[in-house]
Design a protein around this ligand. Structure first.
Ligand SMILES: *Cc1c(COP(=O)(O)O)cnc(C)c1O
Length: 339
């Protein structure tokens, strides 16, 4: 038994998902003729009360298309210093859009309207035009913390007043919503564009959907082609997405429960110095300098457990669809045996 806690992207499609994929009706989506892609796009858009959706190979692409569509070269966007768009998309903000990022240090990745307001540039020849604010929910690098709808409302109001676009990197938005019990509809009302990932906790092999107005998605479709993301019979992948939205959302709660269990175990271990609060399916913790994260990684690897070293002392575990109660038991045994 291999226990893989590196990411919630490591899941393999289940039999039910594979059946849905194999039976998908497909067509050429660059011609707009794949019925399953169209169904997934319409279904996700309706779920969040948006007019249209755009199926893309990755969440990096949906985010980067959104940034490109909302900005002009030379603009500035505002985001938290932990943002995926800034840290893990290969410098795409500047590479793809010629845009620079103004970085905020939020409360575990959550930035406030006040912080944003202080960072919007005035209208002077020598200042960069601020055109976009991007939030992440949940925040990956901050340990899966989440925003509530009420926390985002003042940000939305400010963006409206200042004529800034507001984007959500919702790679794990469903993890947030199963905790807050808030609706996708109320979430949709807050943002001009939303990226949702199907290949994280929802367990598909690939795919993300970008949501927004008809006009925005029309622009996004053109950018997707330029970025090389126009796929042909993509309905096989879209079918997995439809299956995931129907079957794998509410069960995310189980991943959160198991993450909480792991938190309890970690707090009993003498070699664990601190654990960030566990809000969803991500655990970030520091181990004692006597045992570096690389040593810890090696010891776990010897026991068939895989993890991500996030820093010299920092470790990340992510729970997911393929992490079972049996694995939790085995993990507990191994963690308690390490010295
Ligand atoms: C995984 C992730 C993405 C998208 O990643 P891809 O691997 O390109 O699909 C975007 N934002 C966050 C916060 C993520 O965790």
């Amino acid at each position: 038994m291999i226990i893989d806690l590196r990411s919630d992207t490591v899941t393999k499609p289940t039999k039910g998902m594979m059946d849905a994929m194999m039976n998908a009706k497909v067509g050429d989506d660059v011609f707009g003729e794949d019925p399953t892609v169209i169904e997934l796009e319409q279904k996700s858009a309706a779920l969040f009360g948006k007019e249209a959706g755009l199926f893309c190979p990755s969440g990096t692409m949906t985010n980067q298309i959104a940034i490109k569509a909302h900005t002009q070269p030379g603009d500035e966007l505002i985001c938290d210093v932990n943002s995926h768009i800034y840290n893990y998309e290969g410098g795409g903000i500047s590479f793809n859009s010629g845009v620079q990022a103004k970085l905020m240090t939020g409360d575990r990745g959550r930035i406030s309207a006040q912080q944003i307001e202080q960072s919007i540039n005035g209208d002077f020849d020598w200042l960069t035009r601020t055109s976009l604010v991007s939030l992440e929910n949940t925040v990956n690098r901050a340990g899966g913390s989440f925003y509530t709808v009420d926390q985002v409302k003042p940000i939305q109001k400010l963006c409206n007043e200042k004529k800034l676009a507001l984007h959500l990197d919702g790679a794990r938005i469903f993890n947030a919503l199963v905790e807050t019990k808030e609706s996708t509809q109320d979430t949709g009302k807050l943002f001009d564009s939303i990226s949702i990932c199907l290949s994280k906790g929802l367990g598909t092999p690939a795919g993300s959907v970008l949501l927004g107005s008809k006009e925005f998605i029309k622009k996004g479709r053109k950018i997707r082609k330029v970025f090389g993301g126009g796929m042909r019979q993509a309905g096989f992948l879209a079918a997995a997405g439809i299956y995931a939205l129907d079957n794998n959302v509410t069960r995310l709660k189980d991943d959160h429960k198991r993450a909480k269990e792991i938190e309890k175990i970690l707090k009993q271990l003498s070699y664990v110095d601190s654990v960030l609060p566990v809000d969803t399916n991500i655990l970030i913790f520091d181990i004692n300098p006597k045992l570096s994260s690389l040593d810890f990684e090696k010891k776990l690897a010897e026991n068939n457990i895989r993890m991500a070293a996030f820093g010299k002392q920092t470790v990340r575990f992510v729970t997911h669809l393929d992490f079972t109660d049996d694995m939790l038991g085995q993990l507990e045994k191994v963690l308690k045996s390490i010295r």
